[in-house]
Design a protein. Structure first.
Length: 291
């Protein structure tokens, strides 16, 4: 991997994202894919599995919100499925390895392969080049984007879900474990959209509410023409500013689009919102990126 230049870092600050092709080797990508196959093979299907993962707001509230399973997944390795892959009893209608949408949110802490990738020397070096002084890892996810059913992810800002004071302290690392193309659901971004703050937040609901989380504010209607696609090859890394607007389309192709992603917070001078769905726990305080 070539070293990141100051020019590229400047571009990141202008656009709110940066594509770094060939950041990870094919071997590193394959080791993550093989490890996730093992994890899925051993997976116990969660008992509440009438929950499906959705980014549409009402469904999100109803399904995820009423589910403790999601809100308490910050320090665990848990499984989230695409819509329509199970009957009401939680039996799979298609093979489980083709049904799963994501696995989150603590692979970086509890799985040796993902831990090694998250804290790899090149990631730490990139953090230092970006000027991160006390970066901590707040969450990680393996995203499958299954062929034919990998759902769209509507336009959003990561800081809506991972809120800090001040803003601008959240950074996403998105690693393509397979080629991501326009056909199989690559990411799309609005360049420069990270400079206007955030328009909505997902917060923990008051105790006793029917859902665990609720939304405050609303996502504006974005102009489709402002989005640009970022296809990227296997092993490529996309750096994502916490406030940049991005989305991905439905995967209607016959190939999956696996990715491993994790979020880092600059902890120096930063307050993590007590209202975020994700909270550090005594079992898992946010680990330092630098080891």
């Amino acid at each position: 991997m070539a070293s990141v230049t100051q020019q590229q870092i400047q571009k990141f600050h202008e656009d709110g994202f940066l594509v770094l092709e060939q950041f990870f080797s094919a071997e590193e990508c394959d080791s993550m894919r093989e490890q996730i196959q093992r994890i899925v093979a051993e997976m116990e299907v969660p008992p509440h599995c009438r929950i499906t993962f959705s980014t549409r707001q009402e469904e999100q509230l109803q399904q995820q919100g009423s589910s403790d399973y999601f809100v308490t997944s910050g320090d665990k390795i848990r499984f989230f499925f695409e819509k329509g892959v199970m009957d009401e009893k939680g039996n799979f209608l298609i093979p489980k390895e083709k049904s799963i949408s994501k696995i989150g949110h603590a692979l970086h802490a509890y799985d040796p392969v993902f831990k090694q990738i998250t804290h790899s020397p090149k990631v730490q070096e990139l953090g230092r080049k970006l000027g991160l002084e006390r970066p901590v890892v707040v969450q990680s996810m393996y995203i499958f984007k299954q062929p034919g059913i990998g759902g769209e992810v509507t336009p959003h800002q990561d800081a809506s879900f991972l809120h800090t004071e001040p803003l601008g302290r959240i950074l996403g690392f998105w690693i393509a474990l397979e080629d991501a193309t326009q056909e199989n659901g690559c990411l799309w971004f609005i360049p420069g959209s990270h400079t206007n703050g955030i328009s909505r937040r997902m917060v923990r609901a008051a105790s006793g509410a029917s859902t665990c989380v609720e939304f405050v504010g609303s996502e504006p209607a974005y102009d489709d023409k402002q989005f640009i696609p970022l296809p990227i090859n296997k092993g490529g890394l996309i750096l994502i500013h916490g406030e940049v607007v991005h989305k991905s389309e439905l995967n209607s192709s016959e190939s999956s689009r696996h990715a491993f992603t994790f979020h880092v917070m600059e902890a120096k001078g930063t307050t993590w919102s007590k209202e975020n769905w994700l909270q550090p726990t005594p079992e898992l305080p946010f680990p330092s990126l630098y080891t």
